[in-house]
Design a binder for this molecule. Structure first.
Ligand SMILES: [Zn+2]
Length: 202
């Protein structure tokens, strides 16, 4: 692989080093949106099965809803995220990061609702409660840095934090302290798990 600029190589809101898989599930952000939040998710289809094409099919409205019993529960969903990080660290981009992707749903964080309006959504291939791969943390931290080079990112949260009680991803298998350490960003950027009684390194 070619060495990559820490700021990334952007064409508009598309990152050159991601594999582009354009999704129709997006729209414009509100006028003047401050894109200052990264939202982390986990997904696998069927749940717990890794490496197949189903997530990309879901986000491009090409999933065969009858191919697996689980897909019946999500039949007809039109969703997307800006980015997807596979178990081997491969980065896929579905939506121009300047545009509004459909990943958060009803949500609230840092005193603002409708987090899709002003966040970047990143899906990690995985299962709530299960650990993630070292290659995923490596890609994720590089992506977060590249996003911060283009957008005024000062918050990182999980879907479970912005939609508590409704969503549980990425779940307890995700190591927030590891991401914070990899990035060297202030613990104040992250959910309170990092600023509680047992901060990392204490
Ligand atoms: Zn989610």
């Amino acid at each position: 692989m070619l060495p990559e600029s820490p700021a990334g190589s952007w064409t508009g809101g598309w990152l050159a080093t991601a594999r582009h898989c354009p999704s129709p599930n997006h729209g414009p952000r509100p006028e003047g949106a401050q894109i200052d939040l990264i939202v982390l998710h986990s997904i696998s289809l069927p749940p717990g099965v890794y490496g197949g094409p189903e997530v990309e099919q879901l986000f491009t409205n090409t999933l065969d809803w009858d191919a697996h019993p689980y897909f019946g529960q999500i039949r007809g969903m039109e969703v997307s995220a800006h980015f997807f990080i596979r178990r081997d660290g491969e980065l896929v981009q579905f939506v121009d990061a300047d545009a509004r992707a459909w990943h958060a749903g009803a949500s609230c964080w840092r005193g603002r609702g409708n987090c899709n309006d002003d966040s970047i959504g990143i899906e990690l291939e995985g299962l709530e409660g299960e650990p993630f791969e070292a290659a995923q943390y490596a890609t994720l931290s590089q992506l977060c840095r590249q996003l911060q080079a283009r957008y005024p990112v000062i918050h990182v949260a999980g879907h479970e934090h912005i939609a508590p009680g409704r969503k549980q991803d990425p779940g307890p298998g995700f190591e927030w302290a590891r991401l914070q350490h990899d990035l060297g960003w202030s613990p104040a950027f992250f959910p309170e798990t990092l600023t509680g009684a047992n901060p990392p390194g204490a």
